[in-house]
Design a protein around this ligand. Sequence first.
Ligand SMILES: C[S@@+](CC[C@H](N)C(=O)[O-])C[C@H]1O[C@@H](n2cnc3c(N)ncnc32)[C@H](O)[C@@H]1O
Length: 256
Amino acid sequence: MSEARRPALRPATPRRNRDADWDAWPVDAYLAENYRRLHPCDIGVIHHHSTFYRGFAPRGTARSLELGAGPNLYPLMLAAGAVRRVDALEPSAACRAYLREQLTHGPDASWVTFYDLCRTLNPTLPATLPEALARVRVVAGDAGDLADGVYDSASMNFVAESVTEDFAEFTVLCEAFVRAVRPGGRLVAAFMECMPSYRVGDGPVWPACPVDETALRTVFAPRTTALRIARLAKDRTLPEYGDTGVLLLTAERPAS
Ligand SMILES: C[S@@+](CC[C@H](N)C(=O)[O-])C[C@H]1O[C@@H](n2cnc3c(N)ncnc32)[C@H](O)[C@@H]1O
């Protein structure tokens, strides 16, 4: 990790989710670093998640959740072939403003490349990106606001491990993600592997909890069935966030 990006020394007390100002999430810098072009890790995540959604009947699912959607549109696109309504739950005012602007005035041109790949891998997706995004509702709130069993499926990308330094709180966030779906509901997720607290651009340090496959199994195996975890190699075209790659998860909430 370059000197400029190296976080301050980890404080004796881990920073928890509420200690960061999520309303001030640096949307423009985050998009510039991660999503203005298709990186190899996006291609890997899109292939993985497309396989997950191809297992659904086209538009046979009533309601899905994107937990901590941020300004990332591609998980929302991916769900559109399977799901009639996607709730993009997001605590950050800055992220919600970006999402609403994209839904109202049309997506930035840079997202079209992402959509072309999503649609190649899942031809049941609508013909155009705006049609796919028409299924999305932006919802203010965080994981603590989720009711039990409301959704048929849920997706979470780079959230639970990227918003707290406290492994116990990471576990609580993952638990809320699992419990958001009804018994038998399906889950798909991506996690930065072994990522310490990080900077976006030259901004503040955001709290993160380094997790590996063993940590994911510890959290998800007792709470889910059909747990599968895959791994993508570290993407060296991204800024140096201190991660060792990406972990990809599918699972189901037990039927009873
Ligand atoms: C690293 S960003 C990931 C954004 C996006 N999911 C993506 O794929 O790029 C973490 C996101 O989690 C959101 N977040 C922070 N605390 C959260 C919480 N308690 N529950 C749900 N989302 C949270 C942040 O506002 C931010 O949008």
